[in-house]
Write a protein that binds this ligand. Structure first.
Ligand code: SF4
Ligand code: FES
Length: 249
């Protein structure tokens, strides 16, 4: 078994303890309070995820980051790393569960990848490819989700929303604007715009907002610059998601 706690001598000459856990047999050091996913991401080891980004607290909604920690199924984004933990991630069983979760996300919305501006830059699409998803498997819901093109510079295509709340957190915690919220429950849950009209034009959303950059799918898009980079030459067209770190796209 791998050593879970090792002693190092720091720059100032003091002994420090560095704790580690094993991810699929690879030792990963973590800092106090860090989650399994945060530590793996820092070590550039891939655990599939959709609703997590390093700059935000975990949300724990997509469950795509499911791993087994000492044999127990947990969400890697919200489970604290502990010394000596044996974490399994890349197993056929877990990848099959992730694939099912992804297939459900695809049928709950309207995802027309071949014509989507986000194709090739989409974390949902890239993760589905990574998990070997070849079709939706389940019957599509085809929900009615009209787009919001009211804002002069930004468009919202709710058809693609996976309710990860990253835009909600970015707008609230970074931009200080609270422009987005999730309303409703279960299959009726949807992304809402916080304005009297419910339209984006009646908010102070701006292209420079962090909320413009965090959507893992193609909901929040700038107008008048579609397909500037051709499909086939985009981030996940060039390198699979499992080979990339979590820096912003
Ligand atoms: Fe997540 Fe994008 Fe939907 Fe916001 S719009 S909840 S970032 S999928
Ligand atoms: Fe962990 Fe979504 S990334 S639940």
């Amino acid at each position: 078994m791998l050593n879970s706690v090792q002693h190092y001598t720091s720059m100032n000459g003091n002994d420090t303890d560095k704790a580690s856990f094993a991810l699929d047999g690879v030792e990963v050091e973590f800092q106090a309070g860090e989650t399994i996913l945060a530590a793996a991401s820092r070590a550039r080891l891939y655990i599939p995820h959709l609703c997590w980004r390093p700059e935000f607290k975990p949300h724990g909604s997509c469950r795509v980051c499911i791993v087994k920690a000492n044999g127990r199924a947990v969400a890697a984004c919200s489970t604290q790393a502990t010394a000596g933990l044996a974490v399994e991630s890349q197993t056929d069983e877990l990848n099959a569960q992730r694939k099912t979760l992804l297939q459900m996300l695809f049928v709950e919305g309207n995802h027309f990848c071949p014509s989507c501006e986000k194709s090739g830059n989409c974390l949902l699409q890239a993760t589905a490819y990574e998990m070997g998803m070849e079709g939706p498997h389940f019957e599509e819901f085809y929900p009615n989700r009209p787009v919001d093109a009211s804002h002069p510079d930004i468009m919202l295509d709710f058809n693609r929303c996976i309710l990860c709340e990253l835009c909600v957190r970015a707008s609230s915690e970074v931009d200080g604007k609270n422009i987005f919220a999730i309303g409703g429950n279960g299959i009726g849950a949807r992304l809402l715009v916080n304005s009297t009209s419910g339209k984006l034009v009646d908010t102070d959303m701006a292209l420079a907002d962090h909320a413009m950059n965090v959507c893992p799918v193609g909901v929040i898009l700038p107008k008048r610059c579609g397909f500037v980079i051709p499909i086939g030459q985009r981030r996940y067209d060039i390198e699979p998601v499992s080979e990339q770190g979590d820096e912003p796209s």
